[in-house]
Design a protein around this ligand. Sequence first.
Ligand SMILES: Cc1cc2nc3c(=O)[nH]c(=O)nc-3n(C[C@H](O)[C@H](O)[C@H](O)COP(=O)(O)OP(=O)(O)OC[C@H]3O[C@@H](n4cnc5c(N)ncnc54)[C@H](O)[C@@H]3O)c2cc1C
Length: 484
Amino acid sequence: MYDAVVIGCGPVGALTANLLGARGVRTLVVERSTAPHGQSRAFSCDDEALRIYQQAGLRREVERDTHQPRRAEYVNARGRVFAEIALDEVDFGLGAGPLHLFDQPRLEATLRRGLDRFPHVTLRTGVELTGLTQHADHVTATLHDTRVEARYVLGADGARSTTRAAAGITLTGASYAEPWLAISGVVEPGAVRVDATRFVCDWRRPAFVSPGAFGTYRMEFMLRDDEDPADMTRPDTIRRLITPYVDPDRFTTTRSAVYTFHHLIADRWRDRRVFLLGDAAHQMPPFLGQGLCSGLRDAANLTWRIAQVLRGDADDALLDGYEAERRPHTEAMATTSVRLGRVFLVRNRFGAAVRDTALRLAQTAPWVRRAIRHFEFKPRPALPGHHAPVGTMFPQPSVAVAGTRVPLDDVLGAEYAVIGPGVDASTALDWRGPVARFVRVARPGTPAPADITTVEDVDGTLTAWFAEHGRDLVVLRPDRFVAS
Ligand SMILES: Cc1cc2nc3c(=O)[nH]c(=O)nc-3n(C[C@H](O)[C@H](O)[C@H](O)COP(=O)(O)OP(=O)(O)OC[C@H]3O[C@@H](n4cnc5c(N)ncnc54)[C@H](O)[C@@H]3O)c2cc1C
């Protein structure tokens, strides 16, 4: 019997299996395809996503393959920038910049390589889930060639999830009427004509374009009502569309596909021992680049709970917190994404003129300008039903340990952590909670006692945080939210 079976080895399933592997959970991953997806769909991720890859021990490998744009700009039909996010001025304190562009095939390869670190994690490709039977203390997963038993099944099998159907869970929401053409490719040096991450808010043809990592370039174009999706991937059509952005003679298309975007959410994310994550649980339009990021947050929220319950450190009720916490945040992201889409997707000349004028006027108010420029409209990581600092994500500055600079989370480990200037050896002796690491925060130059891990707060972030919240220690969950 496995502890967990993960259905699907897309980016969410692969990360889920890595996080379970890092916590010693005996895991089987089954993936229907014989080869990795190999094609770019998701293109951007955020600071929280990198922090989650870090929990899986893969941050350096993932980050090495990313490109950080300095600006994201919104331009109108005349090519004038009417709103701009200054990404290089934004620091939400989580230990990474707010936007990173990546190449999905490379990301998926990194995540799959990560699984090789764990002898207790097995990946079987070319294997399809066809059905599920739930029992009091386990689940039987019927695969096309055999049956396996597990304590839990985690369905990360994408938009058309078999896990979701087998658990009798339905989706609620809507689909966008207009399809989009997404083109990915590689551009030769010097052949880029628009070297910016740009939302082209042209009412005649809304589009998104951006250079990416490793000389890649992504372009997405909304189709007009009279256009046939089958014609849009023809080389002459692609050439016509991409010419304003790259030199078409020096651009090699690696992928072109027509997509319809959805705003859908599963009515339940849990059915007894079966859970849904990623696109299986929710799908949102990509205008905020949060579809995959939301799935990564699902994995970070659910996996530590599963590990705790399997170890006997918590009872089943802990697992109910997964949907209770993740659903509101996902809905907030999807709503913000839909609102951005409304700004972006105005389809008539008059509406676009009104939008441009309204946004120009609104930005004469400094707080509106700042909210846009500094990306303050993006929902922050927060758990519902708590008073700050409980339920907020703890900052991640760079700290010094025995003279070496490291990102804080590397010191905190994969389990609970108790951290603060007031942590000492007696904190650990008095602790009655789950497995935890104890970390003392000290000002630079303070002698470190030998009996407790001490981090030097090099830039003063942690000292300021504890002073602001009037605490001398806090308990952090494994996903770095403040628990108490
Ligand atoms: C054009 C476009 C642009 C996007 N841009 C972004 C972006 O910039 N940032 C972002 O965060 N998100 C973006 N997204 C969304 C993102 O691509 C998805 O949210 C993400 O890929 C979902 O990952 P997943 O692992 O949940 O599902 P998937 O990637 O769909 O993986 C599911 C896996 O499960 C397997 N599977 C399915 N059924 C079974 C079965 N019965 N048995 C076994 N295996 C099975 C499949 O073969 C597949 O490998 C974009 C999406 C699109 C279409």
